[in-house]
Design a protein around this ligand. Structure first.
Ligand SMILES: NC(=O)c1ccc[n+]([C@@H]2O[C@H](COP(=O)([O-])OP(=O)(O)OC[C@H]3O[C@@H](n4cnc5c(N)ncnc54)[C@H](OP(=O)(O)O)[C@@H]3O)[C@@H](O)[C@H]2O)c1
Length: 331
């Protein structure tokens, strides 16, 4: 390890943030986990054990200054993200709260590592535009930066495991071949993110990253699940266009109601993930390129499905992409 010793992790209670804290601690970094309130959930507490906790509202500059008490950090890692993906929340968290963290990083001349998302390469949604705005501000800041744009997380592909186990069909949009991704586990992604500190090739660049290939379509994910269960594959096909019709209808009511506007955005988010791959987009050919999507790590979706079928979904909070049986919606 070089001279970098002390790391601040914002979004430390999130799915990736927790894994990043664990990885930093495993690699011997002094790790400070920034949380917005005292952590009550024992499973989150155990992930953060060994890190110093600081409580502050990352959306509020004064609270952040008070919470971090002028401390020095060599690296600031931001894993914060709007939990809803609603336009106002996305701007407040994915752009403005990250700007507050950037101010802190600037004061320390710290390396800023940003967890972003591969989907920002084709931005159509409010949370993607908020992320892109901040990416540009970070690039222009003059600080050392690494912008990590991962493909789909395992948790995002776990939403149907329980229903299929209960004997139901695997739901797909269209024929199940409209999209593909190279899923990555939270542990592998955390190793990649922490590796940005020491690897000069990951400094001052935007890096897309997937898990070990090959790219998998939703149909292939379903077939894998049925094979592991020893059952004949059964799919229920849903036309993705219905999500746009729902969005259009809600947009009409959106003139009067903010909640309807937000729901319209959630339907657009659903449609986006139903129709866009989480792979590198090749502007020249106008298509997604699985071969050009870098691979990293050892954990496979197959191994993850085996574990979930055996042990259940404990510790896997479902988020964005989990369009079917989703636990919450997030950006
Ligand atoms: N899901 C995928 O497949 C996928 C794929 C590629 C990229 N991504 C990107 O990865 C990023 C992180 O994902 P994740 O699943 O780790 O997120 P997550 O589990 O939803 O965690 C979000 C983190 O941000 C914090 N946060 C949210 N709103 C906040 C607020 N107003 N004030 C303070 N803290 C706030 C949360 O704190 P609390 O715990 O206190 O709420 C939590 O620590 C997102 O940018 C997402 O777009 C996701």
């Amino acid at each position: 390890m070089s001279g970098v010793r002390r790391a601040l992790v914002a979004g430390a209670t999130g799915y990736i943030g927790r894994a990043v804290v664990r990885e930093l601690l495993a690699q011997g970094y002094d790790t400070v986990a920034l949380v917005r309130r005292m952590v009550a959930d024992p499973s989150v507490q155990s992930c953060l054990a060994g890190a110093e906790l600081r409580t502050a509202d990352v959306c509020d500059t004064a609270s952040l200054r008070r919470g971090l008490r002028g401390e020095h950090f060599d690296v600031v890692i931001s894993c914060i993200a709007s939990r809803s993906g609603a336009p106002d929340d996305a701007r407040r968290v994915d752009r403005d709260a990250n700007l507050n963290l950037l101010e802190k990083a600037r004061a320390c001349e710290a390396h800023f590592i940003l967890l972003s998302a591969i989907c920002v390469q084709k931005p159509r949604l409010a949370f993607q535009r908020a992320k892109l705005d901040f990416e540009q501000l970070l690039i222009d800041s003059g600080l050392h930066y690494s912008i990590v744009r991962p493909t789909a997380f395992f948790k995002s592909l776990a939403g149907q495991v329980e229903r299929v186990k209960r004997g139901k069909a695997f739901m797909v949009f269209g024929d199940g071949e409209l999209t593909a991704c190279k899923p990555i586990s939270e542990a592998d992604l955390a190793r990649f993110i922490v590796g940005c500190i020491e690897d000069p090739a990951r400094h001052n660049v935007v890096v897309p990253i997937g898990g070990p290939g090959p790219a998998l379509t939703p149909r292939q994910q379903g077939e894998m699940l049925f094979e592991l269960l020893g059952r004949r594959p059964r799919f229920r096909k849903i036309p993705p266009g219905f999500l746009l019709r729902v969005a259009g209808l809600l947009e009409l009511f959106g003139r009067l109601s903010r909640s309807a506007r937000e729901r319209a955005e959630f339907a657009r988010i659903g449609h986006y993930y139903a129709t866009e791959s989480m792979l590198v987009w090749d502007e020249g050919s106008g298509s997604y390129d699985a071969d050009a999507t870098p691979e990293y790590g050892d954990d496979t979706l197959r191994g993850f499905y085996q574990r979930v079928l055996r042990d259940g979904l404990a510790g896997q909070e479902l988020g964005e992409h989990a369009v079917f049986d989703r636990g919450d919606s997030s950006g």
